[in-house]
Structures are given as C-alpha cells and as structure tokens.
Design a protein around this ligand. Structure first.
Ligand SMILES: *[C@@H]1O[C@H](CO)[C@@H](O)[C@H](O)[C@H]1NC(C)=O
Ligand SMILES: *[C@@H]1O[C@H](CO)[C@@H](O)[C@H](O)[C@H]1NC(C)=O
Ligand SMILES: *[C@@H]1O[C@H](CO)[C@@H](O)[C@H](O)[C@H]1NC(C)=O
Ligand SMILES: *[C@@H]1O[C@H](CO)[C@@H](O)[C@H](O)[C@H]1NC(C)=O
Ligand SMILES: *[C@@H]1O[C@H](CO)[C@@H](O)[C@H](O)[C@H]1NC(C)=O
Ligand SMILES: *[C@@H]1O[C@H](CO)[C@@H](O)[C@H](O)[C@H]1NC(C)=O
Ligand SMILES: CC(=O)N[C@H]1CO[C@H](CO)[C@@H](O)[C@@H]1O
Length: 494
C-alpha cells in the first residue's frame, strides 16, 4: 500500500521466522522499493516534525517525532506540492531518487516533493514500544490528522500554504490519499489513490478468487488452478497419516515434524503455501525491487509453468517445488509452520523485534479497522478451505488480547466505512487506478463515481504498477494510464 511504503530492507535483522508474506503484506510493506536507474542520485536528508500522540484528546500533550523527506530539485517557485503518503512500512528515499512516476510528474509540473512516514512504521515511533497498549494510537484517523498538521506546518515554514497540493499513495496509503482529500478538502486539491482498497471488509473472499483468475490468465491457463487444487487435496490426504506427514515435511522443507492434530499449525501450513502464489500474483512483473532485486523475476508464469511441469512429478511435488523456489528466493532455511512460534514473535513489544518491522502494526490495523482477511472461505478457488476467517480472527486475540474479537472488529470495520464512505465515497478530484490482476482491486473503486472521481482500469497489471519507473516493455495500457493521470493532475493544479 503511497508510494510510500518504501522499504528499507537492508537494515532489517537477518533472522526472520515470520513469513515473508502476511495478510497480503510482504515484509517491508505493500509497495516495494523502486529500482534505481544508473544516474547518480543524491540522498535527501532525513527531517523530523514534532506531532501530537493523540490528536483527539486535548488533555494529552505528549508528542513524538515523525520522519519526512523534501526534494526541491524539480520545484519551480509557485508550483504544486506533491505529498507522497507513507503506508504500512518504512519510508524509503529511493522514491525521491528513482525516476518513479510521481517524480516524472514533478519534473513536468515543477513540483515540490514531500515524502512522509506513517506513524508507527519505519523510524516514526510515537511510543516506547509496540505493545497492545501502545498501539492504541495507531489508526488511519490519527495518521490523517498527522498529515493535516504536517501540511499546515510545512505550508507555513516554506511559504507554500497557497500552492496547489496533490496527495499520492498506493494500496493502504492510496486509501489515505483519497481519505485525506475527503476529510480535509481545504488542505489538498487532488489525490492519486493507486490500488486503494477503500472498502473495509472482514471476510475478503474475493482475494483468492482474483488470484485464481490471474493464475488462469497465465500461459499455463486453467491447468495451473486444476493442479493447485489437486495438490491441496493430496496434501490434506497425506496429513492423515504419519507417513504422509513425513513426506510433506520433507518435500516442503518444514522446519520440524508435522503434527496434524495441531489444527492451527495445519491451517498455518496451508496459508503459508498458498501465500507463495498470492505474493507473486500481487506483484507480477512490476518494476520493483525487493531485498535487492530478489524475486522480481518470478512471475505467475514462473509458478504456473512449475505447476504444469510433469517432469517434476505429481501436482503435490510441483506445489512443493514452488515452495522450494520461494524459500530459496527469500533465503529462508526452512518453512516454519508453527503457529505458536509465529504468535510468540508477533507478541514481541520491542522496536527491535522482527515483528515491529511493520507486520505487527499492520496486523493490528487489520484487527481494529479493516479486516481484509484473505480467507479460504471463498467457494470457487483452488487453495482448499483450510484457513477460514476464524483462523485470522484467532490471531487477533492471540497477538493483541481477548478484547480483539469478532464483535469489536466488526464494529471497527463498520465505523471505517461509515467514516470514509467505503465504495460510496463522496469527493472530487480523485483518481483510482487499478490493475486487473491485482487481488486488492476487488475492494477498490472500479467504476467512475463522477466526472471528477474516476477509475482507471489497467488490464494485465498488478498492485500499484503505475507508480513504479517505466520499463520499455510495459503494457501500452499501463503507459496510457500514467499519461491519463498526468493530464488529470494538470487539470487539478490549474
Ligand atoms: C510567500 O509567498 C507569497 C506568494 O504565495 C509571496 O507573495 C510572499 O512574498 C512570500 N513571503 C515570503 C516571506 O517569502
Ligand atoms: C500432537 O499434538 C497433540 C495435540 O496437541 C499431542 O497430544 C500429541 O502428543 C502430539 N504428538 C506428537 C507426536 O508430538
Ligand atoms: C531470478 O534471478 C536470479 C538472480 O539473477 C537467478 O539466480 C534466478 O535463477 C532467477 N529465477 C528465475 C525463476 O528466473
Ligand atoms: C535496539 O537496537 C539498537 C541499535 O542496534 C540498540 O542501540 C538498542 O539498544 C536496541 N534496543 C533494545 C530495546 O534492544
Ligand atoms: C465468507 O464469505 C464466503 C463467501 O461469501 C461465505 O461462503 C462464508 O460463509 C463466509 N464466512 C464466514 C465465516 O462468514
Ligand atoms: C468482545 O470484546 C468486547 C470488549 O472487550 C466485549 O465487551 C464482548 O463481550 C466480547 N464479545 C465476545 C463475543 O466475546
Ligand atoms: C480489476 C478491476 O476491478 N478493474 C476495474 C478497474 O476499473 C474499471 C473501470 O474503469 C473496471 O471496469 C474494472 O473492472
């Protein structure tokens, strides 16, 4: 989820037992780091602004330091101000240094570029730790209030209060870009909300259905899904015998013996191996760099070619081969299916823990505001029905505490949609680009809402594709989408 989700993966601890892809969020955040081009780049300096911990309690005077970057190298006095909103991961200055789409727009329109980190992610630490009690100040509403304060502060400081301001974001921060325009229309003149899942939803069954459709669009076609389904059925069967458990442990490189009576481990196992496909589909063929360009050459064709490759063995062995490829790609020694290990790690409260890289904070937001659970409750998809909604809800309680139950989350989701409007949002000068193979599009604005709130459908592209630097072999409709957005921005800043 803005472009912001810029990732600084190189500074992360090297030991990681949490899965690479959790609840639709890859390590580092939902918008990856763009690939830098060859030309030399100067690294912008980190800057800090003092923010209120709780914007909604006047009696609480506590403050914290929020990180941001400014790039004025394209700015022409009086030009627009581009505010790129950070999402559920650390800010990365590469978004300013690479020739990402918003930078190209900035060059065209002489814009001042601002990148702002989201509270609780990266280096923006409002509290001493990430305990449940500390996380009570983590919400989209507090984040929007941070942005409003930031906008006024920078406006006065740089004397750009009366310039035109445009917000950018992708995925969750795409929501924030649109919601910033909705909630603070006097502070921002337009918003580009890429791949934004503006509808909060508990049981996000559409996700796996889009994954299915996207896999069917691979070169291997529907056979890819058929073989995944066969593999999952075989996996379920093997889990019924000790011999089968041993075989699965071996071919899926599971870290320890599998005990099928441990239901949550089995659910976790199924969820992890289907995650191999979800992560690749979500980011298929974009110009993005994860962990130093690792994994970006793996496409849904790569995975589906494996699923139909008879030389690898039966569908189960092919499913395992996909898993092996992903373990190698992310340099993971073995597949840890232990639910307790995952929960223990997610319960760590230190900013230094691997969970505080962002996973713990993001899952907290899903448990309080958004849901978005990519459950296997969907009927028509190949991954089986082994990680139901209850599995995700259980995690909320096990990680943050008993009070995070289905009732409280359902109420939280309802107020999110009431607060921002869900798919019925009312605003103007907002564009919602979406990619047809991106599973998140199912919760996005897919049709023009009005003349000034439009959807751009990019056939054949994945999550946030239009934000990354252009490649020569980008699909023509992707190039066209970038152009259309550029023209819209031109209108908004007139
Ligand atoms: C601030 O910008 C305005 C134009 O928007 C200009 O008229 C004014 O002189 C500027 N003030 C300072 C102190 O630079
Ligand atoms: C498997 O898990 C069950 C339930 O927790 C436990 O009773 C049993 O001892 C475990 N079996 C092995 C071989 O560890
Ligand atoms: C992806 O690129 C890496 C590094 O260049 C290479 O080692 C790997 O074999 C490639 N993987 C695939 C599936 O093409
Ligand atoms: C976290 O890591 C930093 C830098 O490595 C270190 O200075 C600090 O003491 C650590 N804090 C905790 C609570 O472990
Ligand atoms: C989730 O949604 C699916 C599809 O609409 C439905 O079949 C399933 O029962 C739902 N699950 C729960 C727990 O409500
Ligand atoms: C959920 O948690 C709330 C708040 O602690 C509590 O009032 C409610 O009774 C709980 N509901 C269920 C079904 O456990
Ligand atoms: C994948 C998806 O939902 N794409 C939608 C994006 O928006 C267009 C309208 O512009 C819809 O037709 C697509 O269905």
């Amino acid at each position: 989820m803005g472009y912001l989700l810029c990732v600084f993966l190189t500074v992360l601890p090297s030991v990681f037992s949490l899965p690479y892809f959790m609840n639709g969020r890859p390590r580092g955040g939902m918008v990856g780091v763009p690939v830098l081009s060859e030309r030399p780049h100067t690294e912008p300096q980190e800057q800090w602004i003092s923010q209120r911990l709780d914007h909604y309690n006047d009696a609480d005077l506590r403050t914290w330091q929020q990180r941001y970057y400014i790039d004025d190298s394209h700015y022409i006095a009086g030009g627009p101000v581009f505010l790129n909103i950070g999402g559920e991961g650390p800010l990365n200055s590469k978004w300013l240094m690479a020739e990402t789409t918003w930078i190209q727009y900035a060059m065209k329109y002489g814009a001042l570029c601002l990148l702002v980190e989201h509270r609780y992610y990266g280096k923006s630490h409002p509290t001493v730790d990430v305990s449940t009690d500390s996380l009570q100040y983590l919400s989209s509403e507090q984040a929007l209030a941070d942005l409003a304060y930031f906008r006024n502060y920078i406006g006065e400081k740089l004397n750009i209060t009366n310039n035109k301001w445009i917000a950018f974001g992708g995925s969750y921060s795409g929501n924030l870009a649109a919601w910033f325009r909705i909630k603070y229309p006097h502070l921002v003149d337009g918003a580009v909300a890429t791949s934004a899942p503006v509808l909060a939803k508990l049981n996000f069954t559409e996700y796996l259905e889009v994954v299915r459709d996207s896999l069917a669009s691979s070169k291997a076609g529907e056979a890819c899904n058929k073989n995944i389904q066969a593999a999952v059925i075989d996996m379920q069967k093997k889990l019924q015998t000790t011999e089968g458990e041993k075989l699965l442990q071996n071919i899926f490189q599971v870290c320890g013996p599998i005990n099928s009576t441990e239901l949550k481990d089995v659910q976790n196992f199924h969820s992890l191996v289907s995650g191999n496909f979800e992560g690749v589909v979500q980011y298929n063929r974009d110009n993005r760099e994860f962990e130093g360009a690792v994994g970006t050459n793996i496409t849904l064709d790569t995975l589906c070619d494996i699923m139909v490759d008879e030389s690898i063995g039966d569908p189960l062995h092919r499913y395992a081969a996909v898993n092996t490829l992903m373990l190698q790609t992310y340099q993971t020694k073995c597949l840890d299916i232990s639910y307790d290990n995952m929960i223990q790690e997610m319960r760590q409260n230190s900013w230094n823990s691997s969970a505080a890289e962002g996973g713990k904070q993001w899952v907290y937001q899903t448990c309080t505001e958004f849901g978005y659970y990519q459950t296997s409750d969907a009927i028509n998809q190949p991954f089986g029905h082994n990680f139901p909604l209850s599995f995700s809800l259980q995690q909320c309680q096990d990680i943050y505490g008993k009070q995070f139950n289905q009732t409280t989350l359902t109420a939280g989701i309802k107020s999110t949609n009431t607060n921002y409007g869900g798919l019925g949002l009312k605003t103007n000068n907002v564009v919602f680009p979406n990619g047809s193979i991106d599973p998140w599009h199912a919760l996005g604005i897919t049709q023009d809402v009005s003349q000034s709130v439009t959807a751009i459908y990019i056939k054949g592209t994945a999550h946030c594709a239009n934000m990354y630097p252009e490649k020569a072999d980008d699909l023509p409709q992707l190039k066209q989408a970038r152009k259309t957005i550029e023209i819209l921005i031109g209108k908004w800043i007139q």
